[in-house]
Design a protein around this ligand. Structure first.
Ligand code: MG
Length: 461
């Protein structure tokens, strides 16, 4: 009998110990939820950073983050223009699912990101994060679509592109206004939460002020966890930079702008270190789409990649991407595929909150690649054009089914490139691999079957 009592007593103690340790470990996880900062540029090219090979633009801060963290060389956005690319990032779904088939919202648009979508900040708020959107939103400027109605506690920024709201005097020659800009040409609003606080926004100080807002938010929320989505309006034309960066870069005004963004990244790093939270903050740097090549020297460079903004060539959608988390990441260069679609499931894992399971999600959790250098779970990327699949990459192969503005290439469709051997998409090898074309076509059809038709938000006027 006594033995039985002892056994029960022993088991109860054991059970209590296990229960306590479980509770502790889940508590540890909770207190360890990292802060997350996404720095999202506008129209910056694959080749516009020193660490991605630019010979005259100097980006020491970003180079340092890349050296201490991970540099991703095959990282994709979901569209080659601003609005749909942003929809893909914030929802973790291809933008066609939320009503963005191509094209961008304008000040006369009546559409925006539907309330039915679940956003990263909404999910992170469930996990106790404070959330700020600083910069360009471009997912609807009407009150119901603003960041503060999509999960952000705080918003400060220009709600769409910095070349919009042109005044009548320059409407006849918009190219000239973009290339030789004055602040007054672009009557864009600067907003704080839902109020317009300045119009036209003084764009020469916009990078500086977005940076100050970000640093302030870090200081105010250092107890964490917080999520900051810093979406610069630059280097989208018209190009503006503050006095400190005027005529500083060998690359001219475009270089000045990138170098000011690099400075901004340095200020963010300093704020994290000053507050002692660099070891608990994941910082990601990338851009929404490739360079706007029609602006010649005022547009960026896609480096060795073909094409730029607006195209489904690599230069339109592959972006120079850096992950940094002091002392936490497996340092190195990652040439596996990744996408802004993957932010949502990765952040959900880090914040210990479930990924929505009531809809089709398109992201993969990159945590193990980031922390342990494991192979990226992403092996496929869809390049949409309207409701159609223009191109698709699986593994090293990329097939194009739609090509714009090139009658000669259109004659040869479908095209096939091996992006490992030929990242510039120069050598069409479709004839050699008919079975790969079939496989990729099948994948494209499979994807299209998962898309439920919805209202095109960009067409709502
Ligand atoms: Mg853009």
């Amino acid at each position: 009998m006594t033995r039985k009592i002892y056994s029960i007593l022993f088991l109860s103690i054991l059970f209590t110990i296990i229960l306590c340790s479980c509770e502790n470990s889940s508590k540890d996880q909770e207190t360890n939820k990292p802060n997350i900062i996404v720095v999202f540029c506008d129209d910056m090219g694959y080749g516009d950073l020193s660490c991605f090979g630019h010979p005259t633009i100097k980006t020491p801060q970003l180079d340092r983050l890349a050296a201490e963290g991970q540099k991703w060389t095959s990282f994709y956005v979901t569209a080659p223009v601003c609005t749909p690319s942003r929809a893909g990032l914030i929802t973790g779904r291809y933008p066609v699912r939320s009503g963005f088939m191509g094209g961008v919202l304008h000040p006369i648009s009546k559409g925006g990101l539907p309330q039915s979508e679940i956003t990263i900040p909404e999910l992170l708020k469930d996990a106790g994060y404070s959330t700020a959107c600083i910069g360009k939103w471009h997912l609807g400027h009407l009150p119901q679509f603003l960041p503060t109605n999509h999960g952000f506690d705080y918003y400060y920024g220009i709600p769409y592109s910095n070349d919009m709201d042109k005044i009548d005097a320059v409407k006849d020659n918009p190219m000239e206004a973009n290339i030789n800009p004055e602040i007054r040409f672009f009557n864009v609003p600067l907003m704080r939460n839902t109020e317009i606080i300045e119009r036209p926004a003084q764009q020469t100080t916009i990078v500086k002020r977005y940076t100050e807002e970000t640093v302030q938010y870090i200081n105010d929320n250092k107890e964490g966890p917080f999520f900051i989505y810093l979406a610069h309006n630059m280097p989208h034309i018209p190009l503006f930079r503050s006095l400190d960066f005027e005529n500083k870069s060998e690359r001219g005004i475009y270089g000045d702008v990138i170098e000011e963004i690099d400075w901004s990244v340095g200020q963010i790093r300093k704020a994290l270190e000053d507050n002692g939270i660099a070891e608990n903050t994941l910082v990601i740097f990338t851009s929404d789409n490739g360079p706007w090549l029609r602006f010649d020297q005022q547009g960026g460079s896609a480096g060795l990649l073909r094409g730029g903004k607006g195209s489904t060539w690599e230069g339109g959608m592959r972006e120079p991407t850096i992950f940094w988390w002091k002392g936490k990441l497996k340092t190195g260069i990652v040439s596996d595929m990744g996408s802004t679609l993957d932010f949502l499931p990765t952040f959900c894992n880090l914040a210990d909150v479930p990924v929505p399971d009531d809809r089709h999600m398109d992201g993969f959790d990159l945590t193990k690649t980031l922390l342990y250098g494991e192979k990226s779970p992403r092996d496929i990327m869809i390049f949409s054009r309207g409701n159609d699949v223009a191109a698709i990459r699986k593994g090293d192969f990329k097939a194009h089914f739609i090509v714009r503005r090139d009658p000669e290439l259109q004659e040869q469709l479908p095209l096939l490139y091996h992006l490992g051997h030929d990242p510039s998409e120069k050598y069409n090898i479709a004839d050699q691999y008919p079975e790969i074309i079939d496989e990729l076509r099948l994948e494209a059809e499979k994807f299209k079957k998962t898309v439920i038709p919805v209202v095109d938000q960009v067409r709502l006027r």
